[in-house]
Structures are given as structure tokens and as C-alpha cells.
Design a protein around this ligand. Structure first.
Ligand code: 3PG
Length: 215
């Protein structure tokens, strides 16, 4: 069972990792993902317009559950929450981020790919962890192996995941959801082909629904 602030993750099996280069793309991109069935969105703080994009999507796409990714320090955490982020994802972990999540009651998915990092996050009270970069950190096999010693920890892997290997991750009971950018191909985003994004979003949902139906 997920800790209460992480309940939003039960509504999705895939989380798009959004890198938004143009502020004007933010709302149509989010609408395209939501139209395909993906409602939990991670907007990475990697571009100058990322905070404005979080605000715009939070204001204009009420069906979306918006979070911020690539949050590496306290200032970014605070700015993302101010802009409207309802959850925070970090590629790694720090005491400052742990403390800020606990103090603000904003759920944090800290990154962990080693046993020591998993233990450190768990000791701070964090049981839902980002596993990044998944493909070069042992992939699904590594997460499967963590189920033995860390039976109460769930993972959200990202990095190198796409339609071909998505189910390797989602089939694992200790994977809560998988993230990635495959439903936002750069060439489609560049020309504003939002129908293509909706179609890829729909296909990702259909793949993951198969998982839900067979469980
Ligand atoms: C990231 O943080 O960049 C994500 O892990 C996305 O990785 P991907 O582009 O390989 O899906």
C-alpha cells in the first residue's frame, strides 16, 4: 500500500518526463497527454520556461496532476511548489530535500539506485523511490533483486524505457509506475503534432492496462 500522499500514483502506470523548451507548448502538450489517458505529468526543471509551464498547466489543465522533476535543491523545490507542483521528483537525494518534503507535506520521489541509497531514503521515511537512470543501473533485474531485502519499497524507474521494455518494469510488483519521454518524440513536439502525442499516450495506457487486467 502506498503512503497517503503518494496515492495519486495509483491512477497511472506511466509518467511522462516532460522537457518543455517553448512555454507555448506547455498547455497543448499536457492536453495531448491527458487526451490519451495520462494524467500524472512530470515537468522537468531543465529549461528556462519550466516553472511557467508548471503554472500554465496547473491553471489550464485541471485534469492533470502536475509535478516537477529534476529538482536538485531546496530553491527549486520551493519554486516548483509555488508554481503549482503537487509532487516532486529528484534524480538523487539529499537531507535538504527530505526535510523540505516532510515540512511541506509535498510528496517527494527521491532517486536511489544502490542498496545504500535505498536504505538512506527509507530511513528518512521515503518508501517510493525514483530509479534513475534505470537502463544503465541494472534495469528491471536490479529492481527485481531489491524486492528481497526491501519488501516495503516501491520504485518508479525512468531512463531508457519505451514501449519495447515498459512491461519488463511494470510486471514487477515493486514497480509502481514507469517514467520516460518516449511519448513525446522531439520531432513531433517541434512541429506541434499533438495528435501523435495523444496516440503515443493512448498506446502507453493500453499497454499498462493489460497489466492491470491480468493482475
Ligand atoms: C530523464 O530524466 O531524462 C528521464 O529518465 C527520461 O529518460 P528517457 O528520455 O530515456 O525516457
Amino acid at each position: 500500500m502506498l503512503p497517503q500522499p503518494y496515492n495519486f500514483l495509483t491512477s497511472t502506470s506511466v509518467i511522462p518526463v516532460m522537457v518543455i523548451e517553448r512555454e507555448t507548448d506547455a498547455v497543448p502538450m499536457a492536453q495531448a497527454l491527458v487526451a490519451g489517458g495520462i494524467k500524472v505529468l512530470e515537468i522537468t526543471l531543465r529549461t528556462p520556461c519550466a516553472l511557467a509551464a508548471i503554472k500554465a498547466i496547473s491553471d489550464a489543465v485541471p485534469d492533470a496532476h502536475v509535478g516537477a522533476g529534476t529538482v536538485c535543491n531546496s530553491d527549486d523545490f520551493a519554486a516548483a511548489v509555488d508554481a503549482g507542483a503537487r509532487f516532486i521528483v529528484s534524480p538523487g537525494q539529499s537531507d535538504a530535500l527530505f526535510n523540505q518534503s516532510i515540512a511541506s507535506n509535498i510528496p517527494l520521489l527521491p532517486g536511489a539506485v544502490t542498496a545504500t541509497e535505498v536504505m538512506r531514503a527509507a530511513e528518512a521515511g521515503f518508501k517510493v523511490l525514483k530509479f534513475f537512470p534505470a537502463s544503465t543501473s541494472g534495469g528491471a533485474a536490479a529492481i527485481k533483486a531489491f524486492a528481497g531485502p526491501f519488501s516495503d519499497i516501491s520504485f518508479v524507474p525512468t531512463g531508457g524505457i519505451g514501449p519495447k521494455n515498459l512491461m519488463e518494469y511494470l510486471d514487477l510488483p515493486n514497480v509502481q509506475a514507469a517514467g520516460g519521454s518516449w511519448m513525446l518524440p522531439k520531432d513531433k513536439v517541434q512541429v506541434g503534432d499533438w495528435q501523435a502525442v495523444t496516440q503515443l499516450s493512448r498506446e502507453a495506457c493500453e499497454l499498462s492496462n493489460v497489466k492491470e487486467l491480468t493482475q
